[in-house]
Design a protein around this ligand. Structure first.
Ligand SMILES: CC(=O)SCCNC(=O)CCNC(=O)[C@H](O)C(C)(C)COP(=O)(O)OP(=O)(O)OC[C@H]1O[C@@H](n2cnc3c(N)ncnc32)[C@H](O)[C@@H]1OP(=O)(O)O
Ligand SMILES: CC(C)C(=O)C(=O)O
Length: 528
């Protein structure tokens, strides 16, 4: 067994620690334990590189004994990560520790994290070992891990439900055997913030050699208290938080990295603690982890949810436009968002509507604004969310007025599983009827081809979306079509219970607006 010693990061962290909190990210280990969250090695490498760039202190890259894939991931991450400590998990078992050491060998800074259940439930039912036997396993495992690295973390699994005297003894032993980080997990998310803080204080007051280690916490979110427990633990003297991006992890998940980092940043008045995390990278990391795991972030999730910096209510939007601090405690830029998003809906007011129009390039006079606002409210009553396209269409309608040079007179579409979709259309263009027929890849495509053969144009179809205004199989569908030609774009919208009919109507509506725009810039005859 080789004895790989290295400059000990925990020691330097401890010296410089004061009010600095070590951020230990376990997205790739505990996070991956969320059912359905498994990641491949290349995906784990991408996450690890993102964590390193955001200056995570310790990256728990996996549990090398668990599988060949986990071993490979820890090993590959160890080869690539230079700035963060790379950590591998191991049970209190020689094979686990040796495997973790092997996987971590290439790491510039490596940590072995070994753990064992200390609570009566875990001792008696899972491990079927008594107190003395568990204690002996701590001696064996921490001593073995120290043969490979100076940076050893020991965790008492289910520490929050362990008899205090026994936990103090286990912690003291782990430190005597060379553990430099002592982690106190609330494995089942049972702890209550004040109680958990008391436990941390009790450890600091009752373990004689505790000054030789960094005290860490690892909280689960079963009662939604993981962040609160972690923060109160830090107030009580812990200086490492174990956490994950988006709070993913076993069952209800772990403490969310973004929550503790932003809590320290936002409430420095009460929480004078710092992390090294580049908070501007938070959204990037959140989106990456969500995309890789397929775990969507709930819209109202603190810090990284889609609504965390969005405002829909008129009064809030008005306040934010006048001074963002009225309804925002953090700056969106601080978590890597470009700006606050104004979500337009039925609760929005005139100020926000005007601002949105300006963002979309429209400056309307008071009357036009009022009229557009009334129509916007009517639409918002029918739709859950009014998108930018809806607003563009609404204002363009106003601009295009009654101009309808193209009208649909008849539409006949045949489609099914046995034949290629076919459409026949009669369009009235400037008072004259034109007939066209065409096959297409689908009913909408065949009808669009008919229209284009009558109204020749080179406009590009930039957007084609279908939304349901009402629910059920008789739902009214709104189709939005955006066409772009020579730097100008127009949006046509139409609603119908038949999606194909709504699509053709929207397409023709967009073409009518395009003709108005063409005439305004260079009056020309319609090529039909
Ligand atoms: C709280 C936590 O998050 S702990 C980490 C949980 N993560 C995981 O379990 C994911 C990876 N796990 C695995 O791939 C597998 O469970 C392995 C490879 C670790 C073990 O697989 P197996 O050998 O098939 O055992 P299995 O998972 O069925 O049972 C766990 C065994 O480990 C023992 N064990 C559990 N924790 C520890 C520990 N910290 N130290 C020593 N032994 C332990 C159990 O008592 C049980 O032993 P037994 O077989 O003698 O009854
Ligand atoms: C291995 C330990 C730290 C753990 O994940 C837990 O107890 O939840």
């Amino acid at each position: 067994m080789s004895n790989q010693t290295q400059a000990h990061p925990a020691a330097s962290i401890r010296e410089a620690i004061d009010d600095n909190v070590v951020i230990f990210d376990t997205t790739l280990r505990d996070g991956e334990q969320s059912p359905g969250c498994s990641m491949t090695t290349p995906e784990k490498i991408r996450v690890a590189e993102t964590l390193e760039a955001m200056r995570v202190d310790v990256i728990e890259a996996g549990f090398p004994i668990a599988s060949e894939g986990d071993f490979e991931a820890v090993n590959e991450i160890s080869k690539r990560i230079k700035e963060s400590v790379v950590c591998g998990l191991a049970r209190a078992a020689a094979g686990d520790i040796d495997r973790a050491a092997e996987a971590l060998k290439p790491a510039a800074r490596r940590r072995i994290h070994t753990f064992i259940g200390t609570s009566p439930l875990h001792r008696e039912f899972q491990l079927q070992l008594d107190k003395e036997q568990v204690h002996q396993r701590i001696i064996d495992s921490v001593s073995r891990a120290r043969r490979y690295t100076d940076d050893v973390e020991w965790s008492g699994m289910d520490a929050s439900r362990t008899e205090h005297d026994y936990l103090f003894r286990c912690v003291e032993t782990a430190i005597n055997c060379g553990a430099t980080t002592i982690n106190i997990p609330d494995t089942v998310g049972y702890a209550y913030p004040e109680e958990f803080a008391d436990l941390i204080r009790a450890i600091l007051n009752n373990v004689p050699n505790i000054d030789k280690a960094v005290l860490s916490v690892h909280c689960h979110n079963d009662l939604g208290l993981a962040t609160a427990n972690s923060i109160l633990a830090v107030k009580a003297g812990a200086r490492q938080i174990e956490c994950t991006i988006n709070g993913i992890g076993e069952r209800a998940g772990n403490t969310a990295l973004e929550e503790v980092v932003m809590a320290f940043k936002t409430r420095g008045d009460l929480l004078p603690f710092k992390s090294r995390i580049v908070s501007q990278d938070i959204m990037k990391a959140s989106r990456l982890v969500s995309a890789i795991t397929g775990f969507k972030v709930q819209p109202n999730k603190a810090i990284v949810g889609a609504n965390a910096f969005s405002h829909e209510s008129g009064i809030h939007q008005d306040g934010v436009l006048k001074n963002a601090a009225t309804y925002e405690i953090m700056k969106p830029e601080d978590v890597g968002l470009i700006k606050t998003s104004l979500v337009m809906g039925k609760h929005s007011g005139r100020h926000a509507f005007k601002k949105k129009l300006e963002e979309l390039g429209y400056v309307l006079g008071d009357n036009a604004l009022n009229e557009a606002f009334i129509r916007f409210k009517a639409l918002a009553d029918k739709k859950k969310e009014v998108f930018d396209e809806d607003i563009v269409a609404l204002v363009d309608d106003e601009i295009a007025g009654e101009s309808q040079r193209i009208r649909i007179k008849d539409l006949d579409i045949v489609c099914g599983t046995k034949r290629r979709p076919h459409a026949e259309i009669v369009l009235e263009v400037d008072g004259q009827d034109h007939v066209a027929s065409a096959d297409g890849d689908g009913p909408v495509d065949s009808a669009f081809r008919c229209v284009q053969s009558i109204v020749a144009h080179k406009a590009e179809l930039e957007v084609f979306t279908i939304n349901a205004i009402t629910e059920g199989i008789d739902a009214q569908a709104t189709v939005t079509v955006r066409l772009a030609e020579g730097g100008k774009s127009v949006v046509g919208q139409a609603a119908d219970t038949d999606i194909v009919v709504a699509s053709i109507k929207a397409y023709v509506a967009a073409l009518n607006k395009l003709l108005v725009k063409r005439e305004r810039t260079a009056p020309a005859a319609l090529s039909a």
